[in-house]
Structures are given as structure tokens and as C-alpha cells.
Ligand binder design. Structure first.
Ligand SMILES: [Zn+2]
Ligand SMILES: [Zn+2]
Length: 273
């Protein structure tokens, strides 16, 4: 049973309307012991049809999170994290952000939402590059992102782009991307980071969380041991989504524990059914 959800968004993220209070109350109702909010901050986000800009009011978010963590102390542990959208040209901007605010966060997720400043969520991305070309380009960008930014604990939803491939779902073959995926996984391992297992892949209708079972197995084979777990819920109904399916998936991949970060330090939690 997984009683920790460390990837959650509320109305501090531009693509969520959920109040933080409603998410915490749902976490208690679900019997969760620990939740970590990880609001979006994607510097230099392009204009997109939805109008979301993925900026973040750091102080208001921090204050609300601390206030509610105190209010609900003893009933649920509320941690303060952030999901950073990395892009290869943002080295200085991200360094400034970390200098100013980095130490506030319990947990920092490094995510890739944009490729060449295109939001891969929209059909134009895969129409431009095709399913395999688009996925490869996404991985290459992720790898470049990790070269310019190191102040994080986990790489978020590593194959997130796969859920936005339109049309019939092609089987994923690790071998087609082995060069770039091995490079990413070895980078994560050698830099002592964690790989996030994000159950919103299951919600999107994939057979696996993000990343795919083959990536999880390869990570383990290469020596990876740190994983974190999050639903990426943007509303109460999506918290801890399909978490009951994860222990079997993660054990099949070879893992017997996952990690929770507090003040950016890892605690290990045994994986139980
Ligand atoms: Zn994300
Ligand atoms: Zn997210």
C-alpha cells in the first residue's frame, strides 16, 4: 500500500482550480500519511491556446502550504515541493531561482514539458516530428536539460511525451531509444538522483505509469535504486490515482522501496502490497 503522494498540483498551478485545502482533505479521506505539493514553475513558457503561463507566486504558495501543514499536523504530513519545467537555455535563470528560493523546498522535480519551446501537449508537436521522432526529440531535450541543471531530487515523468502521441498506440521498444535513454538513466544514477514513477500515465490510458516498465527495468539493471511516486493529480479525484496497481508493477521492475524527500533529504519507505 502506498500512503504517500509526492506530485500534486493546486490552483497555485495555472492548470488547476483545486484549493489546497480540498486536496489535503481528500488526502486524509484516502488515508494518505504524507502528501507533497509540487506546483508548476516553467520559466519562459510560450503562449499556448489555453492561456496557461505556468508562472508561480512563490511566497503565496509557501505561506499557504505552511499554514495548512500546521493546521492539519497530526492528521497528515504536508510537504512543500515544486515541479520545475527545465529548458536547455534556462541555465542562468534556474540558477538564480535556486539561489533565491531553492532551500524552501522539501522536494524539487525536474520535468520536461517543452521541446524547442513547443508544448508537446498540443498536436502540432507530434505532427511535426512523427511519433518516434517526437519521442526521441523529447528524450534528447530531457538529456540536454539535465546537463544545465542539477538542483533537483527526481526526474519527473521521464517518458511523459508518449501519452500525447495521437492515433493508434504504437508499442514502445526500449531498443529504439536505448542510446539516449541509457544516457539519461546513467546520468540520474551517477548524480544520485531519483526517477519519478508518475501514475498519471495509467490515468491517460497507458498500460504503465510514466515511465514505461521497460525503462523502469533498465534503470534497475543499470544500478538505479531511487524512485519516487506521485499521481500528478490536479484535482482531489485524481490523488493517489491507481496507486493500488503500483506495488506489483514496481516489484516486477525489481524495486522494494521508494523514497520521500524532506528538506531535500531522502527517506526510504518499504514497498508493501
Ligand atoms: Zn509535469
Ligand atoms: Zn505535475
Amino acid at each position: 500500500m502506498i500512503l504517500t503522494d509526492t506530485h500534486l498540483h493546486t490552483s497555485f498551478s495555472s492548470d488547476s482550480t483545486a484549493s489546497m485545502d480540498s486536496m489535503i482533505r481528500q488526502g486524509i479521506a484516502l488515508g494518505l500519511e504524507t502528501i507533497c505539493f509540487t506546483e508548476h514553475y516553467d520559466p519562459d513558457f510560450p503562449d499556448i491556446p489555453s492561456g496557461h503561463d505556468f508562472s508561480l507566486n512563490f511566497d503565496a504558495y509557501y505561506d499557504e502550504c505552511r499554514k495548512l501543514a500546521d493546521r492539519y499536523a497530526g492528521r497528515i504530513e504536508v510537504l512543500h515541493g515544486i515541479e520545475l519545467g527545465i529548458q536547455p537555455h534556462l541555465k542562468d535563470e534556474l540558477a538564480d531561482f535556486i539561489d533565491q528560493y531553492g532551500s524552501r523546498y522539501d522536494y524539487i522535480i525536474a520535468s520536461c514539458h517543452l521541446v524547442d519551446r513547443m508544448d508537446i501537449y498540443y498536436p502540432g508537436y507530434f505532427e511535426t516530428w512523427g511519433p518516434q521522432g517526437g519521442l526521441r526529440r523529447y528524450f534528447e531535450t530531457t538529456y540536454r536539460n539535465l546537463q544545465i541543471f542539477d538542483s533537483y531530487q527526481a526526474v519527473g515523468h521521464l517518458d511523459y511525451a508518449s501519452r500525447y502521441i495521437r492515433g493508434p498506440r504504437l508499442p514502445f521498444h526500449y531498443k529504439e531509444y536505448q542510446d539516449i535513454l541509457d544516457a539519461i538513466l546513467l546520468h540520474i544514477i551517477s548524480h544520485d538522483k531519483a526517477l519519478e514513477v508518475n501514475s498519471s500515465g495509467l490515468k491517460a490510458g497507458l498500460d504503465w505509469p510514466n515511465p514505461h516498465m521497460d525503462i523502469l527495468k533498465r534503470y534497475k539493471d543499470l544500478g538505479g535504486s531511487r524512485i519516487t511516486i506521485g499521481s500528478d493529480g490536479h484535482q482531489p479525484a485524481h490523488m493517489a490515482y491507481d496507486f493500488h496497481r503500483l506495488p506489483a508493477i514496481l516489484k516486477e521492475a525489481g524495486f522494494d522501496h521508494y523514497e520521500v524527500y524532506r528538506k531535500q533529504k531522502a527517506s526510504q519507505v518499504p514497498l508493501t502490497d
